[in-house]
Ligand binder design. Structure first.
Ligand SMILES: C[S@@+](CC[C@H](N)C(=O)[O-])C[C@H]1O[C@@H](n2cnc3c(N)ncnc32)[C@H](O)[C@@H]1O
Length: 274
């Protein structure tokens, strides 16, 4: 595990904090890197065809700034081991070695398969101390996507973007998806996964007040509202489907088994590579 680095500006709503001495990414879109300057001077997010959420659907019970809620690190896992191993299997199957990956709304743990080497993994989240402990990340940036959705990243620079058990906190998902579309390479994949757990007060009302069915539909519609994503694929694994062995039944009885349902919605930019 990496030691936590001194974080002089870490707990503020600063746009960007990265592992030193690795390169910083600027959320102001100013860069010393000419390549980055060239491509970020006129970034074109994906075209939003329509808004999915109503103003009411975007509201949260806790209206205080998200940076306050995430100002202290939570070194916990937000879903159970069954969910995590299913997700890691999905990544093992869908993400190729050598890829460039963006882990959006990340924390101190990575769910990527440990044995696979990627070209680079960039992290984004709300708490720099959590992200600094995530030893999968080459570098990371901190940004409140409910305040501003622009990602400080080059166009067409990632093979995959991941978002795990976090989509319910986005108040402007349409704009975030449009940005994800921009930073994905053609054919790149966006994998959203979620369960039924949430920080209730921080989830948007459209999610909070929904059912598991309506939540899947919501994530599907987020994809469909941006021009150019392929038809989303839905993976749904309920605990009973995972394992019905007597041992699991006994473990469940003792409260020691997995029970978090697994949902993933997956789509590609422009086309699904074959
Ligand atoms: C339940 S945690 C999930 C963390 C991580 N994806 C995982 O699987 O452990 C929710 C995450 O959503 C992100 N998040 C919440 N509100 C956010 C906001 N307003 N802007 C950007 N990210 C936010 C934070 O990174 C936070 O750690």
């Amino acid at each position: 595990m990496l030691p936590i680095q001194p974080l002089p500006r870490a707990q503020t709503n600063l746009p960007c904090i990265s592992h030193s001495p690795l390169p910083r990414i600027s959320s102001s879109l100013e860069s010393n890197n000419p390549k980055q300057q060239a491509s970020t001077s006129t970034p074109t997010p994906g075209k939003i065809k329509r808004l999915v959420l109503s103003p009411e659907g975007r509201t949260k019970l806790n209206r205080s700034p998200d940076r306050d809620f995430y100002s202290f690190p939570r070194f916990v896992t937000h879903v159970d081991n069954g969910f995590i191993s299913t997700l890691t299997d999905v990544y093992r199957e869908r993400l190729k070695p050598g890829w460039e990956i963006l882990d959006l709304m990340s924390s101190w743990v990575s769910h990527l398969p440990k044995e696979v080497e990627y070209k680079r993994v960039v992290g984004h989240g709300m708490n720099a101390m959590e992200l600094a402990r995530n030893n999968r990340l080459e570098y990371f940036f901190v940004k409140d996507l409910n305040l501003e959705q622009r990602l400080p990243l080059e166009d067409s620079s990632f093979d995959a973007v991941l978002c795990t058990v976090s989509i319910q906190y986005l108040q402007w998902p349409e704009k975030v998806y449009a940005e994800v579309f921009r930073v994905l390479k053609p054919g790149g994949v966006f994998i959203i996964s979620f369960s039924n757990r949430l920080f209730y007060e921080k989830a948007i009302s459209a999610w909070r007040d929904g059912t598991s069915y309506s939540r899947v539909q919501l994530v599907v519609q987020y994809f469909q509202c941006v021009d150019g994503f392929t038809q989303p694929e839905v993976i749904k694994i309920l605990p009973a489907n995972v394992d019905t062995s007597p041992l699991t039944w006994l473990l469940r009885l003792l409260g020691m088994s997995t029970s978090d349902p697994f949902y993933a919605v997956i789509a590609h930019k422009n086309f699904k590579p074959i």
